[in-house]
Write a protein that binds this ligand. Structure first.
Ligand code: B12
Ligand code: SF4
Length: 439
């Protein structure tokens, strides 16, 4: 049997003619994981992968008995196009991923079968049912799914497709997050918060050749004791790593010192907004705005760089929020910054609230890419929000502001290196993001 796995991209990133800078590494480990799940259960099955992040997919050349498609919300319409094409050719198509988990009923209209949640246990079942001619409409992640002895992603499957890197260096130790921030999909994508045994994660990391590892957990600091234990076991491995955490790590210096010792070189923190009322409005009140600057200072004290993530257009954000945000990130010396426009993903309480308040402006999922405003903001207009978002990206990565932001570096060499990295990132990313905008 032959299975083709397809990862589709949202329109925002473009499908073709991607810059060579962005073609060297796949963006996520999803296909690597799905490939591994299938090969572990059915070594004899041929699995081919097609990933729009690193290649132009020539769908006419894909020949398989089963077609599996992965998509997040802003990419789902693209997934439906592929599904239609293959179904017209008489193929069996199944779709999985975040959107399929959030609203499986919609997805079912476009394919033969939907995989809801993590696929570790359900995908082998789907294949076996297909072979028996008993394919089901839906495969749901088991509430008691085991997170022990999970298979490791196939890390070399991109060898022929990527220009520079050929090994996937991403790891996921924990899944989901139950902090229940109103806009976030993480409480729903894998039905709770789950932790793999530390020893399994360490075993997986040992097998990664790269010295730099990226944790793709939504929030590796959800359970501090777990993270401390993980750090202790990471120390002898001498890897450097990045992970998304929350501001809460900054209140625990024992943890910070362990993270540093274990090789943590960078964290991503969702600061979201400089308005405490806005932060409160999304149920993320554990973020204390008055502590933000101090938190960045503490992380820098431990030589850990900070990527700050900000959500624009929350209910208490006004016209001045953009300028205030820029001034703050310069003053607080945040190393890297990401902005997203507040987006109500279907399946979240935030989506329901926007719907009930009559504030949904857009129902085409293509625009749910965190770069378009799809709801009516409270204190500003849609245009002001989209323009402010664009202004912030360009201002943040202008040479003048990069220099201001990174002026905290004491070593001249580090300062120059980080300025260059920021500047190149800004040039390439802004060009790519804003060139491919859909209107
Ligand atoms: C890496 C990553 C990226 C990468 C690439 C993602 C991609 N798929 O293209 C980059 C940095 C480019 C990125 C960008 C964006 N991302 Co992103 N990203 C992630 C992240 C951190 C990890 C994904 C990952 O690799 N997980 C590891 C793999 C193994 O797990 P998995 O993908 O969940 O797959 C499992 C199951 O879902 C299921 N499954 C998945 N697909 C399929 C397919 C089939 C056929 C089957 C059977 C099963 C199945 O089985 C897998 C194994 O159990 C997640 C957060 C998270 N931790 O989940 C956000 C996440 C996916 N991103 C999100 C968003 C919103 C975006 C952006 C729109 C944000 C922005 N404006 O920049 C863009 C859009 C990019 C695009 N696709 O066009 C949201 C999606 C929300 C939604 N409703 O769709 C997430 C969930 C983050 C969040 N807000 O919580 N992202
Ligand atoms: S802390 Fe982060 S991952 Fe967890 S629910 Fe809030 S936004 Fe989502």
């Amino acid at each position: 049997m032959k299975i083709a796995l397809i990862m589709v991209k949202a329109k925002v990133y473009g499908f073709k003619n991607r810059s060579v800078f962005f073609n060297h590494m796949p963006d996520c480990s999803t296909l690597g994981m799905l490939h591994s799940i299938i090969k572990s259960a059915y070594p004899e099955v041929t699995v081919e992968i097609f990933d729009e992040t690193v290649e132009v997919i020539e769908k006419e050349k894909i020949d398989a008995d089963l077609i599996g498609i992965s998509a997040i919300t802003p990419a789902i319409n693209r997934a439906y196009e592929y599904a239609r094409y293959f179904k017209n050719k008489g193929k069996t198509v199944f779709i999985g991923g975040v959107h399929a988990t959030l609203i499986p009923e919609e997805v079912k209209h476009h394919c033969d079968s939907v995989v809801v949640g993590l696929a570790n246990e359900t995908l082998p079942r789907l294949i076996s049912d297909f072979e028996k001619g008993e394919l089901k409409d839906f495969y749901y992640q088991d509430k008691n799914m085991s997170f022990e002895n999970m298979v490791f992603p196939s890390r070399k499957i991109y060898e022929e497709k990527s220009f520079l890197g050929d090994e996937l260096n991403m790891v996921q130790a924990t899944f989901g997050c139950m902090n229940m921030c109103e806009f976030c999909v993480q409480p729903y994508v894998c039905f709770g918060h789950h932790k793999r045994p530390v020893k399994d994660v360490i075993e997986e990391i040992k097998q990664i050749e790269d010295n730099y590892v990226e944790f793709y957990d939504p929030n590796l600091a959800k359970d501090k004791e777990y993270l401390k234990n993980l750090c202790k076991e990471l120390i002898p491995l001498k890897k450097r790593w990045f992970a998304p955490v929350t501001i809460s790590v900054c209140y625990d210096e024992e943890l910070l010192s362990l993270m540093k010792e274990a090789g943590c070189s960078e964290v991503l923190i969702g600061f979201e907004s400089l308005s405490q009322d806005s932060v409160k409005s999304i149920n993320k009140n554990f973020n204390s705005v008055e502590d933000y600057k101090k938190c960045v200072e503490i992380l820098h004290k431990y030589n850990i760089k900070v990527t700050g993530s900000f959500v624009l257009g929350l209910d208490c954000d006004d016209k001045d929020s953009f300028k205030r945000t820029l001034d703050f990130i310069n003053d607080a010396h945040i190393d890297f910054v990401r902005y997203t426009i507040n987006t109500p993903y279907p399946g979240t309480p935030y989506y329901e609230r926007m719907k009930n308040e009559g504030r949904l402006l857009e129902t085409n999922w293509d625009f749910y890419d965190c770069r378009h405003c799809v709801i009516k903001p409270m204190l500003i207009t849609k245009e002001e929000l989209e323009n402010g978002y664009k202004w912030l990206w360009f201002q943040t990565y202008s040479l003048k502001n990069i220099i201001k932001r990174l002026s905290y570096h004491k070593s001249k060499w580090q300062f120059i290196k980080q300025v260059v990295i920021n500047y190149v990132f800004g040039l390439v990313y802004n060009k790519m993001m804003f060139k491919n905008t859909i209107n």
